[in-house]
Design a protein around this ligand. Sequence first.
Ligand SMILES: [Zn+2]
Length: 404
Amino acid sequence: MDSFHLLQAIRHEFDWHVRQHQGTEVYRAPSLTNPVLPMFALDRWATGPGQDTSDIYTVMRPALQLASMWLTEDLPLLWFSHLTFGHRRRNAAGQVYLEMNPHYRTPAALHTVKDNLHEFGKTNFFAFAHPDCKEKFAGVTYVKKESMSHYREFSRTDFPPVLSDKGVYKPCICLAQRFRGAFRSTNASANERYRALFIFAVVLCHEVAHGYYMFLESGNEPLWAENEKNPELGFSWELSVLGHIPVPNGKTASNDRFQEIHAIRLLEAPSSAVRDKVLQSLAGSSRAEFTTRDASGHYRNWPVVNHGKFRGATWTMSSDAQLFIASFHVVPMHWVVSWFQKDIWEALKARWVQKKMYEPPALGQTFMAIYERTSNGVQVHRPLYPGNRVDAMILEEHRKSVQK
Ligand SMILES: [Zn+2]
């Protein structure tokens, strides 16, 4: 079994639990009023095979506005500022990481970052992957358009012009066809549309993080923070700004239905001390009591999977790591919707200014599970729900064993 099917199995096993968090609300429509950054303007999207962007641009617009917020507001931009101004240092393994340079928080630094992003946007362009492209990616950044899959099937005039001579490379960013499918779809539900827009905005910024670095420098990406295992600026951006690494739960990579979003986080746990600390901090964010029993109250032998296939795994894990903990959250719809609301952005901005720091909004009450691979085997920890018959029984057993 691979990690994708394992997550499906966990999700299926605890379906009752997941459903306890699904509201029946009709969600508010997106209310962002900010302009779309010039880098995302329609004239920065390729034309040609599989590119009917002008037909779906209005549908895409809320995602482009959200991505523009993340790339315009000072406190979310601190991630880019640290990337721009952090001092290059080498760790014991010889990897380059960025050490904090206090300048990154200054208005002058943020001004430079905004300028850089603006110039980057004049050299970069966006495209949907060619319909025959077999590569499975949500998004990919190429150092030059000639490296695009099926490049020869486009004509020269399909590509937006390079409007700046700045930048080391003139990258281009390709997005999966499944997004185009989701935006063209007439039978997607309002919530599916919302989830597609959200993942699209995330993937755009993930790729802009890569492209921005290619614009700044040649050579390999650095570790954005010293504790990262491998350089992957896109995941670093996602975790810093969203607080999570979201994964759409479609059946296949070409599926254009966005039925659910999960958030996966992997942490190495080489010793039992580290393991205890990680488990405590993960479970601590939930007020529930946890169990390793399944939905019918049995102890189950969950399959052993490798971390390599989890989204984001290569970024937080050494290649030879055997012992790890993976947390799995079902991302609640209201959290997705809140990113598209003008009043919620106003409240977030006020909070960041007051706290003098950036802080992503919490997911709130939702289902979570923890997959743990230790030297003794595999366990899945999950919270107990007093309203569930089996869980109520387990909770009662917990109480009796405490009283003894
Ligand atoms: Zn990436």
